[in-house]
Design a protein around this ligand. Structure first.
Ligand SMILES: NC(=O)c1ccc[n+]([C@@H]2O[C@H](COP(=O)([O-])OP(=O)(O)OC[C@H]3O[C@@H](n4cnc5c(N)ncnc54)[C@H](OP(=O)(O)O)[C@@H]3O)[C@@H](O)[C@H]2O)c1
Length: 355
């Protein structure tokens, strides 16, 4: 990877200006060029405090050194959609070490907004990592139009921006494109057959990526957890504290995936320029029930009883694929390997306790 590093800075007062894409003219030239750092649809400049903006909070390698946020130009200009989400934060942090990063998210940068196509293209990204999505699976079933608007048409817009800018695209997709009826883990060559609105809308996003992009990676992952997310781990811990007993399904199986591991694997993949479909999950697999038990064990919650149930006893609006375990076949062929999910979970629980 190149030597690109982001340096961000502000005085006590910073004002926000609407996004100005492209190279700002105010940036002084130097042997290592510097540019204003795009931030969630805005550029930061002198004015009020910007410490609550995504740039300031999501790029831990940033240093506060001057009156404005600047980036030293290195290897790539990387735009990241869904930058405030759990995966997005990890991606901004990972790519921010070596690259110039443009974090995009709601409310300023709505992927449904066609105007974003030209704004993003004009920033001239080398790579767009597209993680923004409507991720509430039951919400997608209750409002499939919204699911398609975000996950299908939103992805079309991002793919169009990449086409216009000549940028590579990494689209983050899901194991829920599969029906989960296969008894063995799904390879990248297996045929998708989604059984819920979320899976259908994400697959429609994949189709747009394939139709509109030439240089793309589709990265399917599953059951992600990481800091700042409202995921299964946090839900189990919350419920365990509220109730003495948890009922968890045994007939839904997949692989929990720790977002820092995923984010690093995505960055490694981006270096290969070997385009195509990839499954990227931590190693191993488990049922929701086993997963919950391990979470409770690691949290040291001794008085909590975990009761195994079947999904038919846990009615919800959407039907999840029962056995949607992914196998990282194509990534392994490039030497990209992720550790076991239990190790990622231990790290997460440890850092959670420490914070
Ligand atoms: N979570 C999982 O278990 C899982 C599994 C497999 C694949 N994935 C995929 O991984 C990616 C990242 O997921 P995640 O878990 O990090 O989800 P997340 O925490 O919900 O993050 C998604 C981010 O995208 C934003 N967003 C939603 N609609 C948008 C729009 N129209 N324009 C711009 N931004 C928008 C969300 O903002 P709001 O919060 O304000 O809506 C949120 O900040 C998604 O593509 C998802 O489909 C997730």
């Amino acid at each position: 990877m190149g030597l690109q590093k982001c340096q961000m800075g502000h005085r006590s007062a910073i004002t926000l200006q609407p996004l100005v894409v492209g190279r700002p003219r105010t940036v002084p030239p130097s042997s290592r060029q510097q540019r204003m750092f795009g931030c969630g649809g805005f550029l930061m400049a002198e004015g009020v405090s910007g410490s609550d903006r995504p740039c300031a909070t999501h790029v831990p390698h940033a240093r506060i050194t001057s009156t404005r946020i600047v980036c030293e130009v290195g290897q790539m200009r990387v735009a990241i959609t869904g930058a405030k989400g759990q995966l997005g934060r990890a991606l901004v942090s990972t790519f921010g070490v070596d690259h110039e990063v443009l974090p995009l998210d709601l409310p300023e940068d709505d992927i449904k907004d066609l105007a974003l196509v030209s704004r993003l293209a004009a920033w001239r990204p080398d790579l767009v990592v597209h993680g923004a999505a409507m991720t509430n699976v039951d919400g997608c079933t209750l409002d499939p139009d919204a699911a398609y608007a975000n996950n299908a048409l939103g992805t079309r817009n991002i793919a169009l921006a990449c086409q216009r800018a000549g940028a590579e695209l990494i689209y983050v997709s899901t194991n829920e494109v599969f029906d989960g009826l296969q008894e063995t883990p799904y390879l990248e060559f297996d045929r998708p057959n989604p059984i819920n609105a979320y899976g259908r809308s994400k697959l429609a996003g994949e189709d747009f990526v394939r139709m509109l992009s030439q240089r793309f990676y589709i990265v399917r992952t599953s059951w992600t957890f990481g800091h700042g997310g409202n995921h299964f781990v946090e839900k189990i811990l919350r419920l365990a504290e509220e109730r003495g007993q948890l009922r968890v399904v045994t007939d839904e199986v997949s692989t929990p995936t720790y977002v820092p591991d995923l984010s690093l694997a995505i960055a490694q993949l981006a270096e290969t320029h070997v385009y195509g479909i990839y499954h990227l999950v931590n190693e191993g697999q488990c049922s929701r029930f086993d997963y919950a038990r391990r979470i409770i064990e690691l949290a040291g919650l001794t008085g909590v009883e975990t009761v195994p149930i079947l999904s038919k006893d846990y009615p919800r609006p959407s039907k999840p694929p029962p056995n949607a375990v992914l196998r990282n076949y194509c990534a392994a062929s490039l030497g990209i390997r992720l550790r076991r999910w239990e190790e990622g979970l231990e790290d997460y629980m440890g850092s959670r306790r420490a914070s």
